[in-house]
Design a protein around this ligand. Sequence first.
Ligand SMILES: Cc1cc2nc3c(=O)[nH]c(=O)nc-3n(C[C@H](O)[C@H](O)[C@H](O)COP(=O)(O)OP(=O)(O)OC[C@H]3O[C@@H](n4cnc5c(N)ncnc54)[C@H](O)[C@@H]3O)c2cc1C
Length: 493
Amino acid sequence: MEYDVVIIGSGLSGLQCAHLLSQEGMSVCVLEKNDRIGGMMQSFVRDGVVFNTGLNYTESLGEGEVLDKYFNLFGIKGNITLKQLDLNQSELVSIGDKEFALPQGVENYTAALMQYFPSEVKGIKQYMDVLHKVCHSFPLYDLHPDTNTFTTESPYTAQSASAFINSITSNRDLQAVLGGINILYAGQQDVTALYTHALINYSFIKSSWRIKEGGSGIANVLANGVKANGGAVIRKAEVIKLDVDKGQITSIHLKNGEQLKGKNVISSLHPKTLLPLLPDDAFKKVFKKRIQNQEDSIGMFSVYITLKKKAIKYQNYNHHYFRSDEVWTTNHQQWPQNCLLYTVYNHQTTDYANGVCIIAYMKYSEVSQWANTSIENRGDDYLAFKQEKAEQLINMAEQKMPGLKSHMVSYYTSTPLTYRDYTGSYNGSAYGVVKDYKNPMYSIITPQSRIKNLLFTGQNLNMHGILGVSISSFFTCAHFLGEKYLYKKLTKE
Ligand SMILES: Cc1cc2nc3c(=O)[nH]c(=O)nc-3n(C[C@H](O)[C@H](O)[C@H](O)COP(=O)(O)OP(=O)(O)OC[C@H]3O[C@@H](n4cnc5c(N)ncnc54)[C@H](O)[C@@H]3O)c2cc1C
């Protein structure tokens, strides 16, 4: 059988494209290398506690807000259970001993900042004004009715986030608070583009949510929808080679020896992972060089802790803890300089939490000596490394969550190698290609490629995260369904 579209990868982007295109009558087949679908949307269970890989919380899911509309378009809305984070404190940013509770809602957020920093009112107003303008300059984030173009270009792509923040205030604490949720986008001083910071900060300020069913819940809703629409989602189907003839993909080879055919192919893989699957001359040297030279965002080290029953109360917020006011990833002299600390939310959560997560940045170079090993077979020195890092992070978290150590039953860890091997992310990079303000067009990849029937999608296209990836899926599907048609479907009341 020749499918209309074969999609490589069953992460959020692959499944969203498959769901929408199959709903529109196309025959689709999703190929996933792992025996579990979801990519970074995978959830997993340790000692009876459900943890998420790459979904702690997401943004703008209030009725009629931007992600709510995308979830409606992709058939997710109504099929998951949402929990909004605390209206008065969805983010707690700690800079050493100083704590800043940040509420949801643009007005509340602005008022809270002005209360903490009364002498900085002018800069805060300017900051919020620019955030609004940046979002408005991206029609697919703002969804204004008069949209005619769907460009990813904006005057704000060529500005630096850190330089912009420093330009509106010289107050070190305010600078740190504004950059304080940068673990959501691996913000680097003098690298990260203003638009990355603004789109993410602003959409989380509008509203932020956890999902009871976790990442796997979303993946299952999408995969079940694909199957109901007559499509296929095939696990343990690693793509190892793509044949190209006369500028078109003609055949897809799987590791198990099978071959598939598709009129079109959508790849949700990192382009660096995809290129070796294609013939050497499939792309021009200049494109390949550009892809090879793209910097990838830093990886993460995560500690997943299971707790004694009724020991630690569920906290309906995220705690971003920095040892000092050096908040950007590139400024860290010691490890860990910061961490994201939160109690997990799942179907077993009551007033009490059954798990805690601690996440900190980790460079691939820290684990590259074990690059040629596989899961569960990396050796004792790797286990010792993980234990040492986990204990450092747990000790840091204990300062902000007193009693954590005594209430802990067990803990598990993941390094950039774990992410690499479970999700296929390039060198364990958390968020894919870095969006560098100095060279914006270099880091943005368009869905269309030189190979006429090959499309790209996923976090490496425009932006990572649930919202960013949903927008990439929109772009990719628009190639088949038409931008105007899809935009109308997206924005319909
Ligand atoms: C630690 C961490 C925490 C995060 N937390 C959040 C959060 O709280 N909120 C948020 O909005 N975002 C979060 N993110 C980001 C978000 O999870 C990702 O941006 C998003 O899920 C990426 O989806 P994707 O479809 O682009 O890629 P992926 O999920 O990586 O999907 C790619 C898929 O392709 C498969 N694959 C790879 N190679 C092959 C092959 N050769 N053949 C077949 N299949 C293949 C992989 O196994 C994978 O399933 C987090 C990310 C990380 C790493």
